[in-house]
Design a protein around this ligand. Structure first.
Ligand SMILES: C[S@@+](CC[C@H](N)C(=O)[O-])C[C@H]1O[C@@H](n2cnc3c(N)ncnc32)[C@H](O)[C@@H]1O
Length: 152
């Protein structure tokens, strides 16, 4: 499925892509985990199908408020979306607790998520509903000063 998406999606971003045999790419997104513990990887990487420069962001690993063991920070997903200049409609076929959907809601994008675990699907629906209810928080441009130099 990943390879199909990688070939067919206009813009594909796959966090944890360094653990899979994916085609060569010159554009990786690198999350430097500021507060990674010694027994964990210092960075996590997203494979993309873009012909662009590799980009990096330094962000702490947050508290997993949703209870999902690999919940990503919302800021990381916002940065990913902005960096690849995604627009319109975003699909996350491994939605987990819905962080990508929350980022899309905050950025005024449409979102479709797929999650096979009922527990996480329900958490994702609630988080995303709440985010859409709160409305668009960051309609355009970089949110955080530290990220301003990191756009493609
Ligand atoms: C790494 S987690 C995503 C975490 C998410 N980024 C977050 O912040 O919560 C991947 C998720 O994909 C789901 N998953 C794995 N295989 C799947 C499949 N074939 N169809 C739908 N969901 C799947 C797992 O249940 C898991 O919740």
């Amino acid at each position: 499925m990943l390879l199909v998406l990688a070939k067919r999606a206009k813009k594909a971003v796959f966090w944890g892509g360094n653990y899979f045999a994916l085609p060569p790419s010159r554009c990786w997104l690198v999350w430097d985990k500021q507060n990674a513990v010694q027994t964990m990887a210092d960075c996590e990487m997203a494979w993309t199908n873009l012909d662009a420069n590799t980009k990096r962001i330094s962000l702490p690993v947050g508290i997993h408020a949703s209870g999902h063991p690999s919940e990503k920070p919302v800021r990381l997903m916002e940065w990913s979306i902005r960096t690849v200049r995604a627009s319109g409609h975003v699909l996350d076929p491994f939605a987990g607790s819905g962080t990508t959907g929350v980022a899309c809601a905050r950025m005024g994008l449409q979102f479709t998520g797929i999650e096979r675990e009922r527990k996480y699907f329900d958490i994702a629906c609630e988080r995303i509903d709440n985010a859409y209810r709160q409305g668009q928080m960051f309609p355009s441009g970089p949110i955080h000063k530290q990220e301003q130099g990191e756009l493609i």
